[in-house]
Ligand binder design. Structure first.
Ligand code: URA
Ligand code: URA
Length: 270
C-alpha cells in the first residue's frame, strides 16, 4: 500500500488518507474497522524493520514481487482508475461488494451490446428477469425498449446498454442515493471505455444521477445536455413508465427521433 512510507508516522498518515479516500468513494459502511482498531503500532513496527533492512541490504523488489504487491495492495478506486477494458471492468464489478444492494444472492448485471457503440443507453437498475439472465433490459420494459430502438433504426446489438445499479434492489424499489453514489464510479469507467458519442438516459433516476440534478424528467427531457465536457446526453421516459402512462409515448417518440437525427449528424456508425 505504501512503498514509500519511511517512518511509522508517515505510514499511519498514509493509511488514514487511504481510508478517507475509500470513505469518500464508498461511504462509511465500507470501513468496517474503525481506524483505531487497526493495530497501527504493529504495522508501523513491521514497516520500520522492512525499510531498515531495505536501506542496509539494497534489496530491489523483483518484477514478480512488484506485481504481487500491486495486485494485493491497490485499492479498489486505484484498480478502477487503471482498468483498461470492459472485460476487466466486469471482473472488478463482480468482486465489488460495494455494488451489491441489500437483496442477497443477486447476479451482476454488468452491461451488454457493442463495446464500441456510438450510442449508450443507461437505465435505472435490474429487475427480476434481468437479475436472472444477468443482462439489462430483457423483461417487459426491455421488449418495449427493443421496439423503440427498432423504430429509430437501431438493433439492440448496435448500441451499448447499462444501468445505474449493477444489482437488483429488493422489491424493485428505487435505488437509494448512496447506492447510486457507490455505483457511479464504475458506470463512469464503463462510459469512458465504451466512449460513445451520445448517451440516452432512460427515466428519472438515470437522468438525475448523471446530471446531478433533482429536476423532474419533464424538465430534463427534450434537449441535449453536456455531460463531462465530452458527451451529449439526452434524457427521456423510462420504457416501464410508458407501459403505465400512455401519454408519455408521444414525448418519448419526439426525444428518440431527435436522438437519431443527432446520431446521424455526428456521423454515428451505421
Ligand atoms: N429497468 C431498468 O431500468 N433496467 C433494466 O435493466 C430493466 C428494467
Ligand atoms: N417519472 C419517472 O420517474 N420516470 C419516468 O420515466 C417519467 C416520469
Amino acid at each position: 500500500m505504501c512503498p514509500d512510507s519511511t517512518t511509522p508516522d508517515k505510514l499511519i498518515q498514509d493509511i488514514k488518507r487511504f481510508l478517507e479516500r475509500e470513505r469518500e468513494m464508498y461511504g462509511d459502511f465500507s470501513i468496517e474497522l474503525p481506524v483505531d482498531e487497526l493495530d497501527l503500532e504493529e504495522v508501523a513496527k513491521v514497516d520500520e524493520t522492512t525499510s531498515n533492512s531495505e536501506e542496509s541490504s539494497d534489496h530491489k523488489p523483483t518484477e514478480t514481487e512488484e506485481q504481487e504487491t500491486s495486485a494485493e495492495t491497490k485499492s479498489l478506486p486505484e484498480r478502477l482508475e487503471a482498468c483498461p477494458s470492459l472485460e476487466e471492468l466486469r471482473e472488478l464489478c463482480a468482486e465489488a461488494d460495494v455494488l451489491r444492494t441489500d437483496l442477497e444472492g443477486t447476479n451482476l448485471v454488468f452491461g451488454v451490446g457493442n463495446p464500441n457503440a456510438d450510442l449508450m443507453l443507461i437505465g435505472e437498475a435490474p429487475g427480476a428477469e434481468e437479475d436472472k439472465q444477468g443482462e439489462p433490459f430483457v423483461g417487459k420494459a426491455g421488449q418495449l425498449l427493443n421496439k423503440i430502438l427498432a423504430a429509430i433504426d437501431f438493433d439492440r446489438e448496435d448500441v451499448y446498454i447499462a444501468n445505474i445499479l449493477k444489482h437488483r434492489p429488493p422489491n424493485n424499489r428505487n435505488p437509494k442515493p448512496e447506492e447510486r453514489e457507490r455505483s457511479l464510479p464504475f458506470l463512469l469507467k464503463q462510459i469512458d471505455l465504451v466512449d460513445p458519442k451520445l448517451i440516452l438516459c432512460l427515466g428519472k433516476v438515470s437522468a438525475q444521477t448523471l446530471l446531478e440534478s433533482d429536476d423532474s424528467l419533464k424538465s430534463m427531457r427534450g434537449k441535449f445536455h453536456n455531460f463531462m465536457d465530452r458527451y451529449e446526453l439526452l434524457a427521456t421516459y423510462h420504457p416501464a413508465a410508458l407501459l403505465r402512462h400512455a401519454k408519455w409515448k408521444r414525448p418519448t417518440w419526439e426525444d428518440v427521433q431527435m436522438l437519431r437525427k443527432r446520431y446521424d449528424e455526428l456521423g454515428g456508425k451505421p
